[in-house]
Design a protein around this ligand. Structure first.
Ligand SMILES: C[S@@+](CC[C@H](N)C(=O)[O-])C[C@H]1O[C@@H](n2cnc3c(N)ncnc32)[C@H](O)[C@@H]1O
Length: 270
């Protein structure tokens, strides 16, 4: 006779592999509940949960990052963000995450263009940040800016915190589910870089629900122009249409930028 698994058993089984242990429990529980509502049962449900967690995170970050190793590798390196040795270190580390890796060839131009013309940026909220905070050397924020970075990977955010502490930059990296993370203060700029498609994979309407929760501010949001496998598959047209639907009645002062792998919009949420 087959044992009937409770949702708690399923959650335990689904996250028993190394690849899932580091993900914030709020994300795991929500993904489990969403997949459960689709009618999957037992092993099929475990498979569906793991597949979804891989699609939204594991596919970008193939191995977990160790904060102690990160600390060791930084010790002895310059602390100044403009130092080429520290910049070379940041570039090397950003290769680990598929999303920052594909931005590296044009990282200087990317941040220069998308931030150009804004008043001095004193606070940033980076939602589903990946390793983007390691791009700080190229961001030209106000020297006393505060940077809040949020992602579902606990060890990765601890590594980012180690980086902030090493450079003396006033930053805070937190592990959380960005769909429920409380956003209760103002930020000069909010980054949603390649985040919205990832949220839609977690449930239809999740992207717009998050955007509607954001305070009025400048938002820099982007979409990938290639799949992780390298195919373009008409992604540009699909995401441009997604953006137009999202922007309707929500955004003003829309600016569009196109980079080799990324379509970016800088918008004002009134
Ligand atoms: C496509 S990557 C983008 C990373 C980064 N913003 C960039 O542009 O390089 C998506 C990121 O979203 C994170 N993520 C996905 N769903 C999340 C959630 N619900 N809460 C927090 N982080 C999430 C993943 O861990 C991954 O780092």
């Amino acid at each position: 006779m087959k044992a009937i698994l409770s949702l708690e058993d399923v959650i335990r089984q689904a996250v028993s592999g190394d690849a899932y242990r580091d993900i914030h429990p709020d994300v795991i529980r929500r993904v489990c509940e969403t997949e459960n509502r689709k009618g999957f049962k037992g092993r099929e449900l475990v498979k569906a949960i793991r597949g979804r967690l891989h699609q939204i995170g594991g596919a970008y970050l193939p191995s977990s990052l160790d904060p102690e190793l990160f600390r060791d590798s930084l010790s002895g390196l310059p602390r100044d963000l403009s130092d080429p040795i520290l910049q070379a270190y940041c570039r090397k580390k950003m290769e680990i995450h598929a999303s920052t890796r594909e931005r590296l060839p044009h990282i200087e131009r990317f941040f220069h263009e998308v931030l150009e013309g804004l008043p001095p940026v004193r606070s940033v909220l980076d939602l589903a940040c990946g390793l983007t905070p390691l791009s700080l050397p190229w961001m030209s924020l106000h020297p006393k800016a505060v940077y809040t970075a949020v992602d579902m990977y606990r060890q990765m955010t601890e590594c980012l915190q180690v980086f902030f502490e090493h450079t003396g930059f006033y930053g805070q990296a937190l592990a959380a589910d960005i769909l429920t993370f409380p956003i209760n203060r103002q930020y000069d700029v909010i980054f949603l870089l390649k985040t919205l498609p990832c949220l839609e994979q977690q449930g239809k309407g999740c992207a717009s629900t998050l955007v509607d929760r954001l305070p009025s501010t400048t938002i820099i949001l982007s979409y990938p122009l290639r799949t992780l496998g390298g195919s373009r598959k008409g992604l540009g047209a699909t995401y441009e249409a997604d953006f137009i639907r999202l922007a309707h009645d929500r955004f003003t002062e829309i600016k569009r930028y196109e980079f080799p792998n990324e379509l970016v919009f800088r918008v004002k949420k009134p």
